[in-house]
Design a protein around this ligand. Structure first.
Ligand code: SAH
Length: 482
């Protein structure tokens, strides 16, 4: 029998409660989109989830999450099984009894809108830091109390935790990996949920589902306001992505970029934005000139399949897609947001199947070896190298020229000498806030010759845009051929 009407008793485990004393505390129901007087039930692939309020007064309101994980169903639902059928440890395991990645999925299912920080009825409260207390009776933690504190304390939580002893009469277990955990903090509800969502499976260091590339995007989205500044961001990223090195590297790089952008002095950023505005008009036509030039070169080289590296929002891809002779087109970028925009720009979902089959967008980084980049007639890399840290140029060179080895590489980058011609652009400034460097014609050509020599390519150069007698063209292009 359960003491809560509507919630069955028996094998249920109370896995987490969130309380607030911010008066009137029952407003928590508005933030979570869950009425405090009802029991809310969700069917999950791994069992049932119950959300209800053991207490709901103006002074204090507590929401509880109960998970009824079905360990047998978990195995039956698995797509793959071992050849010998399910093993004993698959049936008898701790999953139903501890807060784990199931809890993250449960939180996200039950409180989807609250994660986004939106509240139809109480937006002001959703935007405000208020007192919260979280209680987790049993959490698995690899690395013990130190890790618990290392992860939560830098985010401003007061942490109380105790090791849960396993029955000493049964065996001499020593310290277990299970802890009770109590967290107190003054923060926004959406922040609290984001922290729990990422850190619970990180503590456990285990995930019940396969971790693929979309987990990077999830991590960056949920961690966007705090993860890049967390002193243990590397540990978090590594564990969250289940120690898949390639994924962790991509995530770390994206986090580092976020940090750099935020660290910029606002006056400097403003100044740069003004400069950007000044060149915008110029750029519109310059952009078109670049696209036209790239297309001309591809035609001249009789290219039939192409990969656009650092494709951004897909302006070039859109033009490629209209060229019948291009049978296979791939766009690659490190930024999920850019890829989403590209998908939109191309209206991918509405395209006829035959046309859709010719194009693909992939997420990846130009500084990590990636088999998906191999086998192309040509790779285009338009206004991208200058976005890479100079220290990563060698990695870039190897990834493209040594491993991917397209027959031709078409690369463009700004000619820094031309910057003096942009009105309103302060001397010595770069054209865009994310540019790590800009090359003179000599610097660019020297780098290209070295790359070509080291990797068995020849290279020639073409100007793009109006060529000034003294400072040259605004954009420079290198065409490498094997
Ligand atoms: N080629 C596009 C976009 C240029 S902006 C155009 O000409 O319009 C530079 C692009 O490079 C951005 O979309 C950025 O996300 C991408 N980029 C930066 N570093 C990258 C990396 N390491 N791997 C892949 N793409 C990267």
């Amino acid at each position: 029998m359960s003491i809560y009407p509507g919630v069955p008793g028996g094998k249920l485990q109370l896995l987490l409660t969130i309380s607030t004393t911010h008066n009137p505390a029952t407003d928590l129901g508005f933030l979570l989109y869950k009425n405090p007087s009802a029991v809310h039930t969700f069917d999950m692939s791994f069992g049932k989830l119950y959300v209800f309020y053991p207490e709901a007064t103006e002074e204090k309101c507590t929401v509880a999450i109960l998970l009824d994980v079905d360990p047998v169903g978990l195995i039956r639902n698995r797509k793959t099984q071992s050849f010998d059928g399910p093993q004993l440890d698959q049936y008898v395991n701790d999953r139903p009894y501890v807060s784990s990645s199931f809890m993250s999925v449960a939180l996200n299912t039950a409180f989807r809108t609250a994660f986004s920080g939106k509240s139809k009825e109480r937006q002001e409260l959703a935007d405000k830091a208020i007192d919260f207390e979280v209680s987790i009776p049993c959490i698995a933690c690899r690395g013990g109390e130190k890790i618990l504190r290392d992860l939560f304390e830098p985010l401003g939580y007061e942490v109380t935790t105790e090791n849960i002893e396993l029955d000493p009469n049964f065996a001499n277990w020593g310290r277990s990996r299970y802890y009770s955990l109590n967290l107190k903090s003054k923060c926004k509800l959406s922040q609290l949920l984001a922290h729990l969502y990422v850190l619970i499976p990180v503590l456990d260091d285990n995930k019940h589902y396969w971790v693929g590339e979309d987990e990077i995007e999830k991590l960056l989205r949920v961690g966007k306001d705090w993860l890049s500044k967390h002193p243990h961001k590397d540990l978090i990223t590594k564990r969250y992505l289940r120690h898949r090195k390639r994924l962790a590297n991509i995530a770390s790089e994206a986090l580092a970029k976020l940090n750099e952008e935020e660290a910029q002095d606002p006056d400097v950023v403003e100044e740069k934005h003004l400069a950007e505005e000044a060149v915008l008009e110029e750029k519109i036509s310059l952009n078109q000139a670049r696209i036209n030039k790239v297309v001309d070169v591809l035609k001249e080289l009789h290219v039939t399949n192409v990969i656009d590296l650092g494709c951004g929002e897909g302006k070039l891809l859109k033009v490629f897609w209209e060229l019948k002779e291009l049978r296979k087109i791939v766009g690659m970028d490190v930024s999920h947001r850019s890829l989403d925009n590209a998908e939109e720009r191309l209206h991918l979902e509405y395209a006829p199947e035959a046309k859709k089959d010719r194009i693909k967008l992939i997420h990846g980084s130009l500084t990590y070896k990636d088999n998906r980049l191999s086998g192309f007639d040509a790779a285009t890399c338009i206004e991208v190298v200058e976005h890479l840290d100079a220290s990563r140029l060698t990695a870039f060179e190897r990834v493209i020229f040594e491993y991917a080895k397209p027959k031709h590489v078409i690369l463009t980058t700004p000619n820094v000498e031309y910057n003096v011609k942009f009105e309103g652009m302060p001397a010595g400034k770069l054209r865009h806030k994310d540019h790590r460097f800009e090359w003179t014609r000599n610097e660019f050509q020297e780098w290209c010759h070295q790359v070509a020599n080291r990797n068995g390519y020849s290279v020639r150069f073409e100007p793009i845009g109006e060529v000034d007698e003294t400072v040259g063209p605004p954009t420079q292009m290198g065409i490498f051929s094997k």
